[in-house]
Write a protein that binds this ligand. Structure first.
Ligand code: E4P
Length: 213
């Protein structure tokens, strides 16, 4: 499983990129709105830092509008992936982007049929939202497992991005259940590194080393 960082904050993206494990970035309208900057300018900045996939979401609700917006986004840099919501109009747009050779990430996936339809329309990625399913008492991780099994059984090349990740256990379980990618907030990415025994071990090694002086 690869790691994307889930943010539109350029400092966070730089920090994640320096870790040497970053394969891409996902943004969404809420994350961009928090930044208070021009979306296109921010995407230019991000694509200069990160060479992997950078997801940029369309706002239009009709296929024609999505296609127009998506073409503009894709023209910003070759590594832009157009993020399209899971709707009937979104499916039409995904097919059009596929035919144009533009990569897509179908977002707001909450059941397996949505993922299968998106894949069949030609989506490069699908994004099941784990955390938001957990929030309403459903099992977000089960959705990852089901989609992974369907894609595997039918040899579907679309990659699964485990999205709406809230804590380190989501990351481990997403990897175990067949997600190809986890898109993770920087704060959770940093939590993955931490273990009290690692910190204690470093302290002890240093203390012993200093005794030899
Ligand atoms: C990423 O592609 C999604 O937009 C993001 O993970 C959603 O996360 P949230 O449910 O925490 O807003």
């Amino acid at each position: 499983m690869k790691f994307f960082v889930d943010t539109a904050n350029i400092d966070e993206i730089r920090e994640a990129n320096e870790l040497g494990i970053l394969a891409g970035v996902t943004t969404n309208p809420s994350l961009v709105a928090k930044e208070g900057v021009s979306f296109h300018e921010r995407l230019k900045e991000i694509t200069k830092v990160v060479s992997g996939s950078v997801s940029a979401e369309v706002i239009a609700e009709d296929a024609a509008g999505m296609i127009e917006e998506g073409k503009e986004l894709a023209a910003i840099a070759p590594n832009i992936t157009v993020k399209v919501p899971m709707t009937l109009e979104g499916l039409k747009a995904v097919k059009a982007f596929h035919d144009l050779g533009i990569k897509t990430n179908v977002t707001l996936i909450f059941n397996a049929n949505q993922a299968l339809l998106a894949a069949r329309a030609g989506a490069t990625y699908v994004s099941p939202f784990l955390g938001r399913l957990d929030d309403i008492g459903h099992d977000g991780m089960q959705l990852i497992a089901t989609v992974a099994e369907i894609f595997d059984r039918h040899q579907i090349p679309t990659e699964i991005i485990a999205a709406s990740i809230r804590h380190p256990l989501h990351v481990t379980d997403a990897a175990l259940n067949g997600a190809h990618i986890a898109t993770v907030p920087l704060q959770v990415l940093k939590q993955l590194v931490k273990h009290p025994l690692t910190d204690q071990g470093i302290e002890r090694f240093l203390a012993d080393w200093n005794k030899t002086k």
